[in-house]
Design a protein around this ligand. Structure first.
Ligand SMILES: Cc1cc2nc3c(=O)[nH]c(=O)nc-3n(C[C@H](O)[C@H](O)[C@H](O)COP(=O)(O)OP(=O)(O)OC[C@H]3O[C@@H](n4cnc5c(N)ncnc54)[C@H](O)[C@@H]3O)c2cc1C
Length: 495
């Protein structure tokens, strides 16, 4: 080999080893074997190797298949009990990649899953045998002080938005765990520690870029494609892949007053009755989530997680009634950066956690519910019963203002059975059975459910959207008449 040839090939080899996988894939032998896959209706199909190769070449991001570096990482979602293997994973880097992937899926009527933050508890972000459209690399955010808005890519996490907004002394409602995806959370509704003050994430959702099933990129807002905008505020991923979300931001002191006020089990009834009776008339600036939980070496407690986002000088007066419920066994409420407080549950709810849960909205928090909840927890102390507060600005919207209809709830009640160690099949079944039988005792106190937590409840989707369902069906028919996007709380285009 001549010296010049040697240098050129050595350089090429050097470049090849540092190139990201997608280029390695694109430069590999032209032949890609045909691939077994699953259609949208669950039938077996075969994807031609040449077509797969063409899709890979059309993308800026990686197209992964089983056995390739990164495939197992990309298919893993938050709930460690979910283990599904897509035929292909399109790791999109922009709307154009999403459009190519969507067109590929539509033309073959392929099963499609979309991954934002991967927090769907039933694992709706990943499928067996279909195409997973993975947005997790699309995660940049721009917050704007002049317009008080933020624009977040479709794969952004809640913490990304909190972080950028806080720098400008701005904020908007986001979930209570910072690695939850903004896309999934907002499209299904979006509760959080600021929702009583600023309403839900979907209420602050003012525009979007969406790749619809026909592969087109559309901008939606109250002025453009307004019906689709309405449907995206609570209708979930039924209408396409949202590649960017625009939010209204609010002026917010980055420091809030927040923490836990914990009560011994002997005071549990007083604490829950206080929450039941006063939850609806608390000031909007106060958010109170309540958790019944067993703490090692302490036992069962009732914990008030309180956050005051208003004038710090008024925090003590606002929090005094909470502290007067009984003598707290712990009180950690103090001034803290909001964006930091939003991360407090990140580790206990880390990726790979294993969770089985049930939840629904409580409109009337009656003494009978309080007694039943205490009894259920007494008998099943291993898991948490969690009440996420609603009300305030959330309930000042009308049910038809957004696709999300539940504007009368006091709280969202959750039986949250989460663990981290790999369990035996028998242990898993025991945990699941326990939640189910406890839920059977509590369900009668509830009204409708939050689609982001109960996506599996397809049979009740129609009733759950109430009067908004027919309007959602019309939008679905227009943008996804064949129901390609059905890994969600599904709106059936045939009604
Ligand atoms: C630990 C934990 C904490 C939570 N805390 C809260 C909370 O405080 N408040 C609250 O309201 N909810 C909360 N949730 C529920 C959460 O809102 C839902 O799980 C939500 O679906 C998560 O969105 P994701 O993007 O992370 O999930 P994914 O699993 O990626 O997606 C969920 C659904 O949304 C679709 N989707 C996601 N992104 C897009 C997009 N850009 N375009 C189109 N479709 C998309 C997916 O296809 C799927 O159907 C929590 C869940 C967990 C596990």
């Amino acid at each position: 080999m001549k010296r010049r040839d040697f240098c050129v090939s050595a350089l090429a080899a050097g470049i090849a080893t540092t190139l990201p996988d997608r280029h390695a894939f694109a430069l590999a032998a032209a032949d890609v074997a045909d691939l077994a896959a699953v259609t949208s209706k669950g039938a077996q199909t075969t994807l031609e190797g040449a077509a797969v190769r063409e899709l890979a070449d059309s993308m800026r991001g990686n197209l992964l298949m089983s056995g390739e570096h990164g495939y197992d990482h990309a298919r893993a979602v938050w709930n460690g009990m979910i283990d599904r293997k897509p035929a292909l994973i399109a790791r999109c880097e922009g709307a154009s990649d999403v459009s190519h992937a969507m067109t590929f899926a539509r033309e073959r009527n392929l099963l499609v899953a979309v991954r934002g933050g991967g927090h769907s508890i039933s694992g709706k972000a990943v499928c067996n045998g279909g195409l997973m459209i993975d947005l997790s690399s699309m995660n940049s955010v721009r917050a704007d002080l002049t317009t008080r808005t933020a624009r977040a890519d479709g794969g952004c996490l809640e913490g990304h938005i909190d972080h950028e907004a806080a720098m400008l002394h701005l904020a908007t409602t986001g979930g209570v765990v910072s690695h939850t995806g903004a896309g999934g959370l907002t499209l299904g509704g979006g509760f959080g520690r600021l929702c009583r003050k600023y309403a839900m994430a979907c209420d602050n959702f003012i525009g979007a870029d969406i790749v619809t099933v026909d592969g087109q990129l559309r901008h939606v807002s109250d002025e453009e494609n307004a019906e689709l905008m309405w449907a995206l505020r609570g209708g979930g991923s039924n209408f396409g892949v949202v590649t960017a979300l625009e939010y209204k931001l609010h002026q917010q002191d980055p420091m809030v007053v927040a923490g836990d006020i914990n009560f011994a089990w002997k005071d549990a009834r007083d604490a829950l009755m206080f929450y039941a009776e006063h939850g609806d008339d608390m000031p909007d600036e106060l958010n109170l989530n309540v958790i019944l939980v067993t703490v090692p070496e302490v036992g069962r407690i009732v914990s008030f997680e309180a956050i005051w986002c208003g004038d710090p000088a008024k925090a003590d007066a606002a929090l005094r009634p909470l502290r007067n419920v009984a003598t707290p066994i712990a009180d950690t409420v103090a001034a803290v950066p909001y964006a930091k407080f939003q991360k407090r549950g990140d580790n206990s709810n880390r990726h790979g956690a294993r969770l089985y849960m049930k939840s629904s909205f409580v409109n009337d928090f009656t003494p009978e519910l309080v007694d039943e909840v205490l009894e259920v927890h007494r008998e099943s102390p291993i898991y948490a019963i969690y009440f996420m507060q609603s009300g305030g600005a959330v309930n000042r919207k009308a049910s038809a203002d957004t696709a999300f209809p539940h504007r009368s709830a006091h709280s969202n009640m959750m039986l949250w059975n989460q663990w981290h160690d790999l369990e035996s099949e028998a242990e898993r079944e025991t945990r699941i059975a326990e939640v189910r039988s406890d839920w059977a005792r509590l369900k009668k106190f509830t009204h409708g459910y939050y689609v982001n937590l109960n996506e599996e409840d397809a049979a009740r989707t129609h009733a759950n959207y109430g009067e908004n369902y027919e309007r959602l069906v019309k939008v679905k028919k227009k943008y996804d008449p064949t129901n390609l996007m059905h890994m969600n709380a599904n709106i059936d285009p045939t009604g």
